[in-house]
Design a protein around this ligand. Structure first.
Ligand code: CTP
Length: 402
């Protein structure tokens, strides 16, 4: 998707759209009302070969104001005026470009264009820092001749340079045609109508794995166990189907259905090993004294069951299964040894071992994993955002499928 805001450099974005279409991409142009004063709507439609609108009130049935953002693999804003950058920083969504930018989980690239004074203004610079902190990519502005004969930093980068940066940001489509089943979150085993046995998994890592797969072209079934609202909202993508579950038993059933047709299975959810033998139908009271002891029974190991199903012909040929393990041991050799045994015991191809300590893992955005494969060999290691971990995981799956 290419967003165009109202600056004279809009004419150069016609060439940018042409280059992206020529590279084989389906481009939707979202101009602001102001942008149309520089380049008219028919030009954008002709060059992108898609309908163009500036209004959130067109195509309401398909919820165009969020659908465009959700469907985009990349959003480029060129030119990005000082006004548009300020609105992006503030999250203002009173036009189609604004709503699209809030709805997208795709990478965003901005190409600022404005007068040198406006670019140097502390307000603009503060907005740029805010956007950079959120992971927005920036190209330019270049130093050179500006409209009105002035010169200085503020000139939009050339369309070729912007197209180049855009193409590099577009994820490789190496998972096209692959069906993935991913579990995320943590299960909750009811004790009574108001209490449960649960764990601290937020589901962010599993959602990042689903989003990365979808961005690379896969069709994903995401079995989501008790995700927080914001984590669940982030998982919306046209190629992700979300199946909400609560307990380990529900998660097991949903994963078995999804895995029966999946080329790759990733068990990122924290599944309770035990559940209360009986869930009371009414809220238990202290007087009853029952809470002092809760009798537990073992849950099925879903990962092991999926591993076994493969051998019974219950899965597509060549299916790859990835498990997760949270290990608290600080000794790498011991961690690997435990991972090796766990991988074999559960019949997984790969086991991603993450370090669950204060710095990494639970409730944090950053994570560190080692991925253990056949014979306990460490086939990959990655540290960084949960999305970066997800990318390394799919790279390992792709390598194994070859
Ligand atoms: N898992 C599962 N079903 C369960 C428990 C765990 O599918 N009932 C999966 C998790 O989704 C994860 C992997 O198994 O992919 C590892 O879980 P973990 O709890 O670390 O393994 P355990 O077998 O419980 O071993 P430990 O003794 O270390 O707790």
């Amino acid at each position: 998707m290419v967003g165009v805001s109202g600056g004279i450099a809009a004419y150069k974005s016609v060439q940018l759209v042409r280059l992206l279409v020529k590279a084989g991409h389906d481009v939707t142009v979202v101009p602001t009302e102001d942008a149309l004063r520089f380049v008219g709507l028919p030009t954008w439609e002709a060059i992108s070969r898609n309908t163009v609108t500036t209004s959130v009130h067109d195509d309401v049935a398909r919820v165009r104001h969020v659908a465009l953002g959700q469907a985009a693999d990349l959003v480029v804003v060129a030119p990005a005026t000082a006004n548009t950058l300020a609105r992006m920083a503030a999250g203002i969504a009173d036009n189609l470009l604004g709503t699209t930018l809030l709805a997208t989980t795709a990478p965003v690239l901005v190409a600022p264009a404005m007068h040198a004074e406006m670019w140097a203004h502390p307000a603009t610079q503060a907005n740029m820092r805010t956007l950079a902190e959120r992971g927005v990519h920036v190209i330019g502005p270049d130093d050179g001749e500006l409209a009105g004969g002035d010169s200085g930093p503020g000139r939009m980068s050339e369309p070729e340079a912007i197209a180049d940066a855009a193409l590099r940001l577009l994820a490789p489509q190496d998972l096209t045609g692959l069906r993935a089943a991913v579990s995320a979150g943590g299960t909750r085993e009811p004790i009574d109508p108001v209490r449960y046995l649960g764990n601290r998994s937020s589901g962010r890592q599993g959602v990042a794995i689903a989003l990365e797969a979808a961005a690379r072209g896969a069709e994903v079934d995401l079995v989501a166990a008790n995700l927080a609202g914001d984590v669940l909202a982030a998982a919306h993508h046209p190629r992700i189907r979300i199946h909400p579950v609560a307990t380990a038993a529900e998660l097991g059933a949903a994963m078995k259905t999804a895995a029966a047709v999946a080329d790759a299975v990733v068990m990122a959810a924290a599944v309770a090993d035990y559940r209360p033998a009986q869930a009371a139908s009414h809220k238990l009271t202290k007087e009853e004294g029952i809470l002092e002891r809760i009798e537990l029974v073992e849950n099925e190991d879903v990962l092991a069951a999926l591993g076994a199903a493969r051998h019974d012909g219950g899965a597509p040929e060549g299916q790859i299964i990835v498990g997760f393990a949270a290990e608290t041991s600080t000794d790498p050799a011991q961690r690997r040894e435990r991972a090796r045994r766990k991988r074999e015991r559960k019949g997984a191809d790969l086991l991603a071992v993450n370090l669950a300590d204060a710095e990494h893992g639970f409730e944090k955005h950053d994570n560190a994993v080692e991925i253990v494969g056949a014979e306990g060999a460490v086939v990959a290691a990655a540290a960084g955002s949960k999305r970066e971990i997800a990318a390394a995981l799919w790279d390992a799956v792709v390598a194994l499928r070859r």
